[in-house]
Design a protein around this ligand. Structure first.
Ligand SMILES: [Zn+2]
Length: 645
């Protein structure tokens, strides 16, 4: 007590000498860098099990493991980081996308870098998590190749030296590196190969030499609509990872510089500082940019500790909430357009599901905020599972919560003949090969954030079947999480540890009742078991979900059971489309056998918790009678109704 009083007294003296803290004039001013609440574990520390492993394995056997053969022209035949780097002479590129002629086609020049590197990022992480030797061998050859493309000055990228770093318009300089280096960082975490880390640091140093902080403008563009340039802001992912590995402040500080320049240029981007703090301004931009930039601002905030940036993040989250549907997805049929989320009228892009989930996870790590984990789980278990084909290896590029037709346009809209995004494909080349690569990233990113740590604390931050092994103090602990969560609600933790340790389990926001076979305390949404552990111990945690009727932002009703959003499946006719160089892969369209938009009747729901089948009565607007319908988890559906007016 005496010690505490002295501390208070001492700090009072310091305050008096210094006077009030100086006013903060700029959101880009560095106040005091902050530390992240939790530590992210290296990829090999966590293994997915059961359904999570099966899903990643299925991706490896399908579009993730074989995308290079499904679209050889975009991957195998375009060595965009190597001998096919872009030069002044390359004015256009055919990437197979349908669409109207226009200035936007300048983007085609860098598109293959995103396709290749996002694909490989998901592929690398999937192969590492499942320890699949065939794929790991193939990927190690790729790593050797890509490192061989690095120039003497450290340049790794897609431009020849006649144009690199000299742009006044749309370009993919930073974006091509961000997507590439994320994958290389995964490989470094897996192998510990110092040469890979050196290559990444040299590539980033080359960026900092050519775009010096405070003396350059990487986001300058003479016209405000830039795809690749503003995607490039997420090179903050790479800078943050390098900071975590090396503890060199320069990487973190550069995030602040990038966000400042991004905010100060004339760009049609939602995440610019002055737009964020204007509460009346809705989100309008290209949705995937908007949602990925959330974590770039968070990176700038950690570098600066500037409370003005924290305010901007809070305002940003409120704006995203207005764009969020029942399934956790944030909308944007490529564009958000300032129109609120809607279960039927608004679609969401698979890329946005991955990028927003990753942003929420990044905020969870930084601030320890478990509500961000709830949002991430919601997206992954519902929107993301519900935009995968339940049986075949393909996904929807765009999907809506209420999905009454998947024939190209939103719910059967055939106004735009070139719109193919609302359909299923292992590639989606007619739109862009962006969503399929991201569909291979989302499960690995979920798995990698399931377990976090902090001093003598291990945290089950996201729930699901997995095993974690990690050193804490002088002990190496292993926890096996045996569960079918969220498709089951019993979790059996097998904890092997021999030291004093706090084991924190995030209590999902929907949980009201649970049973735990161990003494615990609850704190800030976590169940905490703190004790001296010895040998191996089994702890069982049981949630007792009930079907709950909730409202989306438009007050339409929907049903949840635990972490699952339920959907009424609609019988569909399948139309098989284009085939691919690998037998058995096709595009698919679906139209409803019969379309009825049911109305809410406020009736009881019969529950079969083992089969996860539910039944309720709803009003059929044609007959005015009540019909019995079935409800199932979103992941089992193609066409479906989720919300009921
Ligand atoms: Zn996409």
């Amino acid at each position: 007590m005496k010690f505490i009083l002295m501390m208070v007294f001492a700090s009072g003296i310091v305050m008096n000498c210094q006077g009030p803290p100086p006013a903060i004039n700029s959101p880009f001013e560095k106040v005091k860098a902050l530390s992240e609440e939790y530590t992210i574990l290296p990829i090999p520390s966590i293994k997915p099990e059961w359904w999570l492993r099966e899903q990643i394995q299925k991706n490896l056997d399908g579009f993730t493991g074989r995308l290079d053969t499904l679209v050889p022209a975009l991957i195998l035949e375009d060595q965009i980081y190597g001998r096919n780097r872009l030069t002044k002479k390359v004015k256009n590129k055919n990437v197979g996308a349908l669409g109207n002629e226009g200035d936007w086609q300048i983007q085609f020049l860098w598109w293959n870098s995103e396709t290749q590197s996002n694909w490989r990022d998901g592929y690398l992480r999937s192969a590492i998590l499942t320890n699949e030797e065939y794929h790991l061998r193939k990927l190690s050859q790729y790593i050797r190749y890509i490192l061989s493309t690095q120039d003497k000055d450290g340049y790794l990228g897609i431009y020849d030296d006649d144009i690199r770093y000299k742009f006044d318009n749309e370009n993919g300089e930073l974006w091509a590196k961000a997507s590439l280096l994320r994958g290389l960082l995964a490989w470094y975490e897996y192998t510990g190969d110092k040469n890979v880390l050196i290559a990444i640091e040299r590539a980033v140093q080359n960026v900092m030499n050519n775009y010096p902080a405070t003396a350059s403008h990487p986001f300058y563009s003479k016209q405000p609509n830039v795809g690749g340039t503003s995607h490039g802001l997420v090179i903050t992912d790479v800078l943050e990872s390098l900071y975590r590995i090396t503890k060199k402040d320069i990487y973190r500080d550069y995030c602040l510089f990038l966000y400042k320049d991004f905010s100060e240029q004339t760009l049609n981007e939602d995440a610019q500082y002055l737009k964020l703090i204007n509460d009346t301004l809705p989100l309008k931009g290209h949705s995937v940019h908007t949602y990925e930039h959330l974590r770039s601002i968070a990176a700038a905030y950690m570098a600066s500790g500037n409370p003005l940036l924290k305010k901007a993040i809070d305002s940003f989250l409120k704006k995203i909430n207005k764009e969020t549907t029942a399934s956790g997805a944030a909308v944007g049929d490529e564009w958000i357009r300032g129109i609120r989320a809607d279960a039927t009228q608004r679609g969401y892009e698979y890329c946005s599901l991955q990028e927003l989930m990753h942003s929420y996870l990044s905020l969870m790590v930084k601030f320890g905020d478990q509500s961000m984990a709830d949002q991430a789980e919601k997206i992954f278990f519902n929107a993301a599972q519900g935009a995968r084909h339940p049986e075949k290896s393909c996904i929807a590029y765009l999907k809506s919560d209420n999905s009454y037709a998947m024939t190209g346009g939103l719910n059967g809209d055939d106004h735009d003949k070139k719109q193919t995004r609302y359909s299923y494909s292992p590639v989606h080349q007619e739109a862009a090969v962006c969503c399929v690569p991201n569909a291979g990233r989302i499960a690995p990113y979920y798995v990698q954030h399931m377990w976090l740590k902090n001093n003598r604390t291990i945290v089950a931050a996201l729930l699901g079947p997995s095993t974690v092994t990690t050193p804490i103090g002088n002990d190496t602990i292993t926890i096996k999480e045996e569960t079918n969560y969220p498709f089951g609600n019993l979790i059996r933790f097998e904890v092997t540890a021999n030291s004093k340790l706090a084991f924190k389990i995030r209590k999902p926001d929907w949980v009201s009742k649970f049973l735990l076979t161990e003494n615990y305390r609850e704190e800030n949404g976590f169940i905490i078991i703190e004790k001296k552990w010895s040998g191996t111990q089994i702890i069982e945690l049981k949630f007792n979900p009930e079907v709950v009727v909730r409202e989306d932002i438009n007050h339409e009703k929907y049903f949840t059971y635990g972490a699952l959003v339920l959907a009424h499946p609609i019988e569909a006719l399948e139309e098989r489309g284009k085939s691919f160089p690998i037998a058995g892969f096709y595009n698919y369209k679906y139209s409803p056998k019969e379309k009825t938009e049911y109305l809410f009747a406020n009736e009881k729901v019969l529950t079969d918790p083992v089969q996860l089948k539910f039944k309720t009565l709803v009003i059929n607007p044609r007959t005015k009678q009540k019909d019995t319908i079935e409800l199932v988890p979103m992941k089992e559906t193609i066409l479906r109704q989720i919300t009921f007016k």
